[in-house]
Design a protein around this ligand. Structure first.
Ligand code: DAH
Length: 352
């Protein structure tokens, strides 16, 4: 028979347990405390051990002991739950602090892509012409010799073919286009029989030349071809379009100069300069100090070319032009070496 438990033992247990609980600072200690006073899987708790001995008390003392034991149990459970909440909060706070995320740090910058200077310039050119009512056409970069030369009034042995050094393919008669002018034939053939007249189109795109690559010449670059065909189109219309283009593109006051030139597909043929003057630093830079900026080859569409496109030259006339966006971009942005355009050097590209 074990020794009878006393109420003093219960009081002492309560005091001891509450004091021990005040020392508990983490989950581990909390579990140990709980095992100690309430028991765990295989061990009895201190309280249970005392209560088990209730049988050794005289029967009349048992109810008082039992009530006190229950009161101690309730007190300890309540105290435990309070401490548990405190420990959990403290632990969470510590964890948060350890993996702290400083929301006041500046964000990592996202690398923003940029448009290529050729694209920027092409878009400006396209915008200006579409505002004037031009449609935008595309035509193939791999062309037939016939489209690129013959139908543009340069039959196979025509000496003017020497104006363009050509990339040939292994397929006879198939080349990389040397200029965007073959697009004229394609558009005319599509539109001469049906479609609204007058015809006003531009054809932007890449062209290829079998040339030594230097600071001034590349083997690939963009061109913007233009073509207008109507019933009474004259040189004056060509001039008007370029005056307006130069005004919007370069802010020129509107003086235009035609220098006589030669292209097999136009008659007469000209090269077009715009007058930017020499007053501003920018104008001097754009014109290399001369005041004049060459912007295009152009002319009245040759009757043979009109006929090849399906237009009767007795009834229709038109003008055409070809300009180089990279050359304009070089002038606009002060780029002194054309090779930068296709080298994909980020130090260059990131400047736009
Ligand atoms: N195709 C010519 C070239 O690449 C440029 C050109 C000149 C186009 C006169 C034209 C034009 O349409 O009329 O050098």
């Amino acid at each position: 028979m074990s020794e009878a438990p006393t109420l003093e033992q219960l009081d002492a247990l309560e005091r001891e347990a509450l004091a021990a609980l005040q020392q508990v600072e983490n989950s581990e200690a909390l579990h140990a405390w709980r095992a100690r006073y309430f028991g765990a899987k295989r061990t009895e708790g201190a309280l249970e051990q005392l209560m088990k001995r209730i049988g050794s008390l005289p029967p009349e003392q048992r109810p008082a002991f039992g009530r006190r034991a229950n009161a101690v149990k309730q007190t300890l459970i309540a105290a435990y739950e309070q401490r548990e909440a405190h420990v959990k909060t403290a632990e969470m706070q510590a964890a948060l602090q350890a993996n702290a995320l400083d929301v006041t740090l500046p964000g990592r910058p996202i690398a923003v892509g940029r448009l290529h200077p050729s694209t920027l310039t092409l878009r400006r050119i396209i915008q200006i012409f579409t505002r004037m009512g031009f449609e935008v056409y595309r035509s193939p970069e791999v062309e037939t010799d016939e489209m690129n030369f013959t139908l543009l009034n340069m039959p196979p042995d025509h000496p003017a073919r020497d104006m363009w050094d050509t990339f040939y393919t292994t397929t006879p008669g198939v080349i990389l286009r040397t200029h965007t002018s073959p697009g004229q034939i394609r558009v005319m053939r599509e539109r001469s029989k049906n479609g609204p007249q007058p015809l006003r189109v531009i054809l932007p795109g890449m062209v290829y030349r079998y040339e030594q690559v230097t600071a001034r010449s590349e083997s690939q670059f963009n061109q913007v071809e233009g073509l207008v065909i109507g019933r009474r189109i004259t040189m004056a219309d060509l001039k008007g379009v370029f005056v307006e283009f130069a005004r919007q593109m370069f802010g020129s006051a509107g003086q235009i100069r035609f220098r006589a030139s030669y292209f097999p597909f136009t008659e007469p043929s000209v090269e077009v300069d715009v007058y930017l003057g020499t007053e501003t630093e920018r104008a001097r830079m754009l014109t290399k100090g001369t005041g004049w900026l060459e912007i295009a080859g152009a002319g009245m569409v040759h009757p043979t070319v009109l006929r090849n496109g399906g237009y009767d030259p007795e009834e229709w006339s038109g003008f055409a032009f070809g300009m180089g966006p990279e050359r304009q971009a070089m002038r606009l942005y002060g780029i002194n070496d054309i090779r930068y355009f296709w080298q994909n050097d980020l130090r260059f590209l990131e400047q736009f």
